[in-house]
Design a protein around this ligand. Structure first.
Ligand SMILES: Cc1ncc(C[n+]2csc(CCOP(=O)(O)OP(=O)(O)O)c2C)c(N)n1
Length: 931
């Protein structure tokens, strides 16, 4: 047996064992003994190795093998990845002495001890170790020991050591790199000169980012990818927009001039626009066969990460066929470009990384690039992260990392090629830590030497990567000495020409979506014939042969089976209405994606969209099985995240707006974990970027004595940012209303898309008053206001109209005070926004003798819908009668912590609704006051 059949440390171990066997054959186990009886170790030249000579030889062999392993594992600590020349931290284990050996010892040992491609062409271990050093301790730091799957690690090791991914070095290729980085640099220099001091977040110092993106995108396109989604922040964004997304110089330059042309000031759809370095873009024509999209993003660093990943997931998902949606990661490529301070600092990065291997969220690998300029505004790495590198977080997700010096084009391109190949082969995330510097301050008007005087002294005299690469190519005779300057001139001329071609008031605004026709939502027919509903219901309840339903679910299923027996009985509870709505939407050919914490079963154990066989655990998803479906249905329990989870669905939704995308919060209040997504994307995307999201949010809401955190979804949060009809906020009280609402949303996806926030019930999920009749699903439609049918019959005797929304309505009508209060009409405002002015006006007009109109809510006065409703109601009521508020007093916390206290206040609230004429003056948690 040859020694090199054992690699690295194994060889040392085998020889040590052999030595033990020679000393005492009984000291090794029987199997090993049998092997050694017929074995004399030889080296790779076939000569016999004599391990028995001394124990010292074995130690040297082990030392050499360990040294090789340490270089592979820790070599990146000695790599020169900082273009500004800082000394690498190094590691003692990288020196032979640490392993009890010398260079002379290594020369005397066979190269095979080192193993891998480096050993193949080496005469001895010393030469092989030197090669390893050049690979692992040069301008690239390979950092992949955290990859635990041997096949992946072995592939990475071979990729690093074989040089297989080095870029071609023929004259054309190296000149093309020079050409590209000249274009990148000149763009910044031109802007610097033409618009001095104007913020552009220059790429300079990380110029190689653009050729790296070229390499990844072209490489992936050759392997069949058709859609790249680039999520990135401000740094280098304009350069990437110009050179990767093909945004024209004319458009960019006109945005810098920022003209106020009367015709560019749109007033429709709430259009406000955004600064140029937040703008998104999409290539107009495919590059190769690849479309490239960069979503717009807010200033909030890293917030765009899950959005871009969700877009990539949507782009790679075929939802056109019934059953589960089919995702093909090979046709889509998400690339996220992070900041070196933001990556470790922003929690959403960890949330996004955590999505990477989850079945409902995976993109078959996202490529991450840290645009590492070694500063975050003025903060140093010392201030910014506790990990060794900015990329440290990725290690926990078993993501291979390559740190690369941004001044070495060859190393950068090798890393880029390796990244997309790894992603294509294993379908997993990869991280490229591009280490450069920042030529100017945080922005171009900022003075960096206040805080980084020493670093900026170095930067001031540091040649650009273009200058360095040009010098290398001129010195080795690959290009003529005139070429670098000629390229610079060429690109300056191009920019000059674009600039002088600008019209004085060139249109700088992006095209906006068209304005939906007025009243679209009210016109949608959402009823479904009873026969069709009955058939679908039966199909959803079909029992596949051999499937064992959980005993406790059987009764509910029986009830559901009988739901259509009497069309005028209230047999449709909330969950049934939801399932029938989704099923009929699927039968209409609209795909549905639903996610959220524990949505498959439903937080309140009401949904059971996924059944688990009680014997085998096999899953059954009726909405993927029923024969009437014409599009896919997917439902996934999300990870325990709100921010990234909502961001992902937003991205999915804007990428594929013709699919109904629903996210459910465990309790409505948890959505504040996604506040950045709401403020920066969902509610303002149309005004800033012309996007038209239509994501649905289900937010359990209602005061039930569960304490401050599980009572309120904080409707005020949505009303605060409601303007120009940018969202719908609904708090509906019946299953039929919910059914029609979901169907309406699906029908409006293309015609009048808006985000929909639904405050959904908890205890009322199974309440008989919330249940609806099958007939209501057939004949009804969503009503923004529901008048009090009982009171209408005696409208002349009505003194008070109580307007309320959601669960408190049920508390009112089930109160024992209700029977006696025949002069009170209780009307439900089911849609809080858009404000249902016409419907409310009609309702109020029906009660001519009304003495006061009350807005009644469970929430404190500074929360809930009151502050939003008040001016609108005042305007509507005008001088008909006073407006009164009944609800909890102003409070910093949404509700009481004790159930008993809650009940007392809730009782008071209801009493006051029926207590006409009494104004409570004593200090109380509950107020009744005229306003
Ligand atoms: C969530 C958030 N917090 C703070 C800021 C303000 N801010 C803008 S850029 C920046 C520094 C970012 O540093 P880094 O991630 O290294 O990116 P760089 O600007 O250096 O490219 C800060 C703190 C922000 N934009 N977003």
């Amino acid at each position: 047996m040859r020694l090199d059949e054992f690699s690295g440390i194994n060889a040392g171990y085998v020889l040590e064992l052999y030595e033990r066997y020679r000393q005492n054959p009984q000291s090794v186990d029987a199997q090993t003994r049998r092997m050694f009886e017929s074995w004399a170790p030889t080296d790779d030249m076939g000569a016999t190795v004599e391990p028995h000579k001394t124990a010292l030889d074995v130690q040297k062999i082990v030392g050499a093998a360990n040294l090789a392993e340490c270089i592979r594992r820790y070599g990146h600590l000695d790599a020169r990845i900082d273009p500004l020349g800082s000394e690498p931290v190094g590691d003692p284990s990288l020196s032979p002495a640490a392993h009890g050996i010398t260079d002379a010892d290594l020369r005397a040992l066979p190269a095979s001890l080192v193993g891998g491609p480096a050993a193949e062409s080496s005469a001895n271990a010393f030469e092989a170790i030197e090669k390893l050093r050049r690979i692992y301790c040069s301008t690239t730091g390979f950092d992949y020991a955290q990859v635990f799957v041997p096949e992946e690690r072995e592939w990475l090791r071979h990729a690093a050591e074989s040089g297989r991914f080095l870029p071609p070095m023929d004259a054309n290729s190296v000149e093309a790199v020079l050409d590209r980085i000249t274009q990148v640099e000149v763009f910044e220099r031109f802007l610097h000169r033409t618009f001095p001091g104007k913020t552009r977040f220059s790429i300079e110092g990380l110029d190689m980012l653009v050729p790296i993106l070229d390499e990844m995108i072209c490489g992936a396109a050759e392997h069949g990818a058709r859609h790249a989604v680039l999520g990135m922040a401000h740094r280098g964004r304009l350069n990437v927009l110009a050179h990767v997304l093909d945004k024209s110089y004319g458009q960019i330059l006109s945005e810098f001039k920022d003209p106020i042309a009367a015709k560019s000031l749109r007033t429709d759809l709430g259009w406000m626009g955004d600064v140029k370095y937040h703008a998104g873009a999409r290539t107009a024509a495919p590059r190769g066969q690849m479309y490239i999209t960069m979503p717009p993003n807010p200033s909030h660093l890293e917030a765009v990460d899950p959005v871009a990943v969700g877009m990539a997931r949507a782009a790679g998902t075929d939802a056109s066929r019934p059953g589960a949606a089919r995702f093909d990661g090979s046709i889509t490529l998400p690339i996220l470009i992070h900041g070196d301070a933001a990556f470790p600092g922003q929690g959403i990065v960890a949330e996004t990384l955590n999505l990477s291997r989850l079945p409902g969220y995976s993109t078959h690998g996202t490529i991450h690039i840290i645009a590492n300029n070694q500063l975050g505004f003025t903060a140093t790495p010392h201030d910014s992260y506790s990990t060794s590198y900015a990329s440290g977080l990725a290690r926990g997700f078993k993501i291979p990392i390559v740190h690369v010096n941004a001044d070495d084009p060859v190393a950068c391109l090798e890393a880029a090629r390796l990244a997309w190949e790894y992603r294509a082969r294993f379908g997993l995330d990869f991280l490229l830590d591009l280490v450069g510097y920042r030529r100017y301050g945080h922005n171009e008007g900022d003075e960096p030497t206040f805080t980084q005087p020493v670093m900026y002294k170095t930067i001031a005299s540091h040649p650009t990567v273009r200058q360095r690469w040009a010098r290398t190519l001129v010195d080795n005779g690959t290009i003529s000495p005139e070429l670098p300057d000629a390229l610079v001139r060429k690109y300056f001329d191009e920019l000059e020409a674009a600039y002088s071609a600008l019209k004085p008031e060139q249109e700088a605004s992006s095209p906006l979506s068209s304005i939906p026709a007025a009243g679209m939502a009210a016109k949608v027919a959402t009823g479904v014939p009873l026969d069709r509903l009955r058939d679908i219901n039966d199909a959803l309840l079909a029992r596949p042969a051999g499937f064992n339903f959980h005993r406790k679910l059987e009764r509910g299923m029986e009830r559901r089976r009988a739901a259509f027996a009497k069309p005028d009985e209230r047999s449709i509870d909330w969950a049934t209405a939801e399932e029938l709505a989704l099923a009929t939407i699927l039968a209409d050919g609209i795909p549905v994606r639903m996610t959220g914490e524990d949505v498959e079963r439903g937080t309140f154990s009401h949904r059971h969209a996924v059944f688990h066989d009680a014997e085998t655990g096999t899953q059954l998803v009726p909405l993927q099985e029923f024969p009437q479906a014409r599009a896919s249905f997917e439902i996934h329990n999300s990870p325990l995240s709100e921010n990234a989870a909502v961001g992902f669905e937003f991205g999915y939704n804007v990428q594929e707006p013709r699919r109904l995308v629903i996210w459910e919060a465990q309790y409505g209040d948890f959505i504040n974990g996604a506040q950045v997504m709401l403020d920066q994307f969902v509610t303002s995307a149309r005004a800033k970027w012309g996007q038209t999201p239509s994501l649905v949010f289900l937010l359990p809401h209602g005061y039930e004595g569960q304490g401050p955190e599980h009572s309120s979804a904080r409707p005020e949060r949505f009303l605060e940012s409601a303007a120009d009809i940018n969202l719908r906020l609904v708090n509906c009280t019946t299953s039929a209303q919910y059914f029609h609402l979901l169907r309406r949303q699906a029908a409006l996806l293309e015609r009048d898309p808006l985000p929909l926030f639904v405050l959904t019930p908890k205890s009322l999920l199974r309440h008989p008053l919330v249940a609806s009749t099958p007939r209501e699903l057939e004949q009804g439609r969503f009503l923004s206001v529901i008048d009090d049918e009982e009171a209408r019959g005696r409208s002349g005797g009505i003194d008070r109209v109580v307007l309320c929304s959601g669960k408190v309505y049920v508390d009112l009508v089930t109160s024992d005070r209700r029977g006696a209060a025949r002069n009170v009409s209780i009307c439900r405002v089911e849609q809080l926004y858009p404000f249902p002015r016409i419907a409310l006006n009609e309702v109020l007009g029906r009660y001519p003798s009304v003495r006061d109109v009350v807005w009644l809510q469970e929430e404190p006065e500074n929360m809930g819908a009151w502050q939003f409703m008040r001016p609108l109601l005042e305007e509507l009521i005008a001088d008909r009668c006073p407006l009164r508020y009944i609800g909890r007093a102003r409070s910093s916390s949404p509700s009481e912590g004790s159930a008993a206290w809650h009940q007392a206040n809730q009782r008071k609230l209801i009493e006051q609704a029926f207590d006409i004429g009494r104004v409570v003056s004593e200090p109380s948690m509950v107020l009744s006051k005229e306003v």
